[in-house]
Design a protein around this ligand. Structure first.
Ligand code: NAD
Length: 481
């Protein structure tokens, strides 16, 4: 497939970078060069912010009826679905994820988020507060302004849309800096928005290095709010850079989520949930159930089942619709995963499935579906986010120990619980410190359900009505009668 959109998307136009600099993007499943793309530098980010500011302050966007804004989001969703094959293919080529996931999950989910917030645009209200007879007190809800969105490479379009849709529904304008490894789907999305009639400057897209383009976006005085998804390490730097100007900030960061299986659960379903919890998205998923906590009496049978099934999960060509395990996003990411596998063995964990890099048609950054048993909470693979297809199995004796091990992490993004005891399920949902708890399922999302982290998994929430709070300011008005 020929890559069509290679330039920056600024003020409704595809334009080369001012410096003329480009960077290459490659297909991690083949190692083949995909395209040379315009690389945003500081001056391009400045131009994008200026376009977003102009669109926020004047022109069609602030004059538009809120319902028209909503209809526009819905039109973008419809155009995206009409071009779903094209955008999904770009996503798979750039990221290495199976086309099954891009075409059946990422793109339709992105459209759903746009449909959902399209419905919200004309329902954002303030309130009236009857306080004193001599005055009229009420609140206004206003867009926060120009939003700088910075996104990672694992769900390139979906996580961008998680930010763009509520921002636009609220009347904000956006400058998006996608991850340098995977900018293709976002650039195509710029064209989808243009085709749907989004006014110039409302969405601008500037792929480029985090250290320059990203850094300029967070430090730019013309940006009112930063919405960041990425690693804890960079998230902390982003928070520090936002501090001097007290820029509004939401952070969606990493995870080391516990998937807790009690012996009274449906163990067949739990085995499926354990595998999809870690191997969906090649484990490059912030909410991956990367720690499987199993009650001692269920341990042997469950580990045997998942090890057998994992061994049958053979990596395949991501463009083949039957493939369920794709390529990691880059050779560098695979090296990082291999480093964790070595460390796990050195620290005494028992390898029960996978453990090796692999290839498809002799190439690619593929890695086997890997399971370590006998992991203890102190081991590196129980503590650090691997962001790859590596599952750590730990054992617990009772509910209290499950909760203690589950919470023994700096992260708090998600958790899973498998049990037929409804009271135990509720108790665990309360005690686990995580932004999302799945009971008898894993990895389900809906645009209406807020998503975000406790502890170092971040702060603020995306999706749901909660996200609209992050893109609006409340103003109290006191009118003396
Ligand atoms: P990363 O933190 O390296 O990069 C994220 C984005 O930040 C990229 O666009 C990058 O270019 C940019 N960036 C890097 N340095 C920057 C700087 N100094 N200033 C501004 N921007 C900068 O993360 P990644 O490797 O792309 O993605 C993987 C991480 O993202 C994992 O830790 C994962 O858990 C996390 N993640 C979290 C969620 C969530 O919703 N909580 C979702 C997906 C991924």
């Amino acid at each position: 497939m020929k890559v069509q959109f290679k330039d920056l998307f600024i003020d409704g136009q595809f334009v080369p970078s001012k410096s003329g600099r480009t960077f290459a993007t490659t297909n991690p499943a083949t190692g083949q060069h995909l395209a040379d793309l315009a690389e945003a530098g500081v001056e391009d980010v400045d131009a994008a912010v200026a376009a977003a500011r102009k669109a926020f302050e004047g022109g069609a966007w602030p004059k538009m009826h809120a319902r028209e804004r909503g209809k526009l989001l819905i039109r973008i969703a419809e155009r995206l679905m009409a071009r779903a094959d094209e955008v999904a293919t770009l996503e798979t080529l750039d990221n290495g994820k199976p086309i099954f996931e891009s075409r059946q999950i990422d793109i339709p989910s992105s459209a759903d988020v746009l449909f959902y917030y399209g419905g919200w645009a004309d329902k954002l209200t303030g309130s009236t507060l009857p306080l004193t007879p001599d005055a009229f007190q009420f609140t206004l809800r206003e867009p926060v302004g120009v939003v700088g969105a910075i996104t990672p490479w694992n769900f390139p379009l979906l996580l961008a849309v998680w930010k763009i849709a509520p921002a636009l529904a609220s009347g904000c304008t956006v400058v998006l800096k996608p991850a340098s490894l995977t900018p293709l789907s976002c650039l195509a999305f710029g064209d989808v928005c243009r085709e749907a009639g989004l006014p110039p400057g409302v969405l601008n897209i500037v792929p480029g290095p985090g250290g320059t383009a990203g850094q300029r976006l967070i430090e730019h005085p013309g940006v009112d709010k930063i919405a960041f998804t990425g690693s804890v390490e960079v998230g902390k730097r982003v928070a520090a850079a936002c501090a001097p100007g007290l820029k509004r900030l939401t952070l969606e960061l990493g995870g080391k989520s516990p998937n807790v299986v009690f012996a009274d659960g449906d163990l067949e379903a739990a085995a499926r949930g354990a595998l999809s919890g870690i191997f969906y998205g090649k484990g490059e998923v912030c909410a991956a159930g990367s720690r499987l906590l199993v009650e001692a009496s269920a341990h042997d049978a469950l580990v045997q089942t998942i090890a057998e099934k994992a061994k049958k999960m053979v990596a395949g060509d991501p463009l083949n619709p039957k493939t369920r395990l794709g390529s990691l996003v880059s050779e560098e990411q695979r090296r990082s995963v291999m480093g964790y596998v070595e460390k796990a063995q050195a620290e005494g964990a028992t390898l029960v499935a996978g453990g090796h890099p692999t290839a498809v048609n002799g190439a690619g950054a593929f890695h086997e579906a890997t399971i370590f048993d006998g992991v203890t909470p102190e081991m590196t693979i129980a503590r650090e986010e691997i962001f790859g297809p590596v599952l750590s199995v730990l054992t617990f004796r009772d509910e209290a120990e499950a909760a203690a091990i589950g919470n023994a992490t700096v992260y708090g993004l998600a958790a899973g619980v498998w049990t037929r005891d409804v009271s135990k399920a509720h108790r665990m949902a309360r005690v686990l410190k995580a932004g999302t708890v799945w009971i008898n399922t894993y990895n389900f999302y809906d645009p209406a359900l807020p998503f975000g982290g406790f502890k170092q998994s971040g702060f603020g929430r995306e999706l749901g009505a909660a996200a609209l709070e992050q893109y609006t300011e409340q103003k109290s008005v006191w009118l003396k009668l």
